[in-house]
Design a protein around this ligand. Structure first.
Ligand SMILES: [Fe+2]
Length: 439
């Protein structure tokens, strides 16, 4: 059986727990979870009790994140970590390349060399902030063609939002197994260990590494109690553990660098857990898209799936936004995204199909970066078409695009600026926008 077939078999018929931010609990063996206390004198079944936190102990209850794990061995039982090669994975602050105000766009990454796993296939485009200050974010692409064999990754620098674009992934996490396919996303909390196994021969996608406060569902305000991403559609795993004895490499990203230690057992040995610091998967097709039913279209903040707040109310460290299939019905309205210059910086990716503001050049697996105050909007063909189209109700359902939007400029890595994937003629998209003004 090939590694892909093994992963697909393991990914079949997974059970889940439903609800973002809930206090969930799960046990792979009946009786493994202590009742009524977190750390009894002797944990059930000879397990070790351990807390992992995603917030300071003292943060307000609404933001407090922690889980209790009941595991075969405590996480503390490990040898010394030593530095290992970062590969193409980089961290803020990105000071190598001169910040570039130009609009940038990249083609999809090439297939990686044989033997590339998710971790070794991570390639950093850029980011902002500083993981040592727990602010900002980084944008990575991944390509992979083999499973992470006998190795496990955890990221102390931030949580990881994985957006598959080609091929699904099986995620074996400390909390259990999750399957994430293109059109769905996975959210892996800071410091939680996991292994990635591709469900296709070649997989690729995007990763937002959020150094800051964890992603949460946006407030809904006048929208009401329901809508956008509904909490119940976020699925957490049920407990599942590995008993593998033998060398397992554990790679830890810490303050921008990768560190490695070889354990004599798998650290994915959690038999039971409870808490709210958890991984999730979310199907973007479940997003309840809201919009105008009169004229104009709202700002795309209305498409926010998850938001990672910064210290300033309303200013996100990073928002995750999806452009999902939707109806456009606005009367006397230019319906595609309007021309704009924003203080926020926007990285866009395309999961499938086409995006309604770009007739060509923005392709699945590629990405565009429109940084702070850069002028952008529909290309010429899109403008001409949309400004003369008959305004009948129109279903936009030929693509699935997303955006990582951040309050700080995205500084690009040197490898991103030197990449052969960088489209040198992107500005030409906006050439030929004719003068129509008549005084
Ligand atoms: Fe934009």
């Amino acid at each position: 059986m090939s590694s892909v077939e093994r992963a697909r078999k393991a990914a079949q018929e997974l059970d889940h727990l439903s609800g973002f931010g809930n206090e969930h609990s799960s046990e792979a063996v009946p009786g493994a979870l202590p009742l009524g206390r977190n750390s009894p004198q002797r944990a059930p079944l000879g397990l070790y009790a351990e807390q992992v936190s995603g917030s300071a102990f003292t943060e307000p209850r609404a933001h407090n994140r922690r889980s209790w794990l009941y595991r075969v061995r405590p996480s503390a039982a490990h040898p010394r970590f030593v530095r290992t090669d970062n590969g193409a994975l980089a961290s803020a602050p990105f000071t190598d390349a001169v910040p570039d105000p130009n609009r940038l766009r990249w083609n999809p990454p090439p297939a990686p060399p044989p033997g590339t796993d998710f971790l070794s296939g991570l390639w950093t485009l850029g980011g902002n902030g500083d993981p040592t200050q727990r602010t900002g974010m980084a944008i990575h692409l991944y390509t992979a063609n083999v499973p992470m064999a006998d190795r496990v990754f955890s990221d102390a620098d931030g949580e990881l939002l994985i957006v598959p674009q080609q091929g699904g992934l099986l995620l074996r996490t400390e909390f259990g197994l999750l399957r994430v396919e293109p059109g769905s996303v996975a959210l892996l909390p800071r410091g939680v260990r996991f292994r990635v196994e591709p469900l296709e021969a070649d997989v690729r996608g995007y990763v937002c590494e959020n150094y800051g406060r964890p992603f949460q569902l946006p407030d809904l305000g006048p929208i009401g109690a329901n809508g956008l991403a509904n909490a119940r559609d976020f699925l957490a795993p049920v407990a599942a553990y590995e008993e593998a004895e033998g060398p397992v490499e554990v790679v830890n990203k810490y303050c921008g660098n990768l560190w490695s230690a070889t354990y004599d057992h798998s650290p994915l040995d959690v038999v039971a857990w409870h808490g709210n610091h958890l991984p999730y998967v979310y199907d973007l097709h479940r997003f309840n898209v809201l919009g105008s039913i009169s004229y104009d279209h709202p700002d795309p903040s209305l498409f926010t799936v998850l938001t990672a707040p910064s210290d300033t109310p309303g200013l996100a460290g990073v928002d995750f936004v999806v452009f999902a299939p939707r109806w456009l019905v606005g009367e006397d309205t230019f319906r595609p995204p309007y021309f704009h210059r924003n203080v926020m910086s926007e990285y866009m990716g395309l999961i499938e199909g086409a995006y309604d503001a770009k007739a060509e050049g923005f392709v699945p697996g590629g990405g565009s970066l429109h940084n702070m105050m850069s002028a952008h909007g529909p290309d010429r063909d899109t403008f001409e078409r949309a400004s003369t189209a008959e305004l009948v109700p129109q279903k936009v359902d030929d693509g699935l695009a997303f955006m990582f939007e951040t309050r700080w400029p995205v500084l690009t890595s040197t490898q991103a600026m030197n990449s052969e994937c960088l489209q040198r003629g992107y500005d030409e998209v906006w050439q030929g926008l004719e003068r129509h003004f008549r005084s």
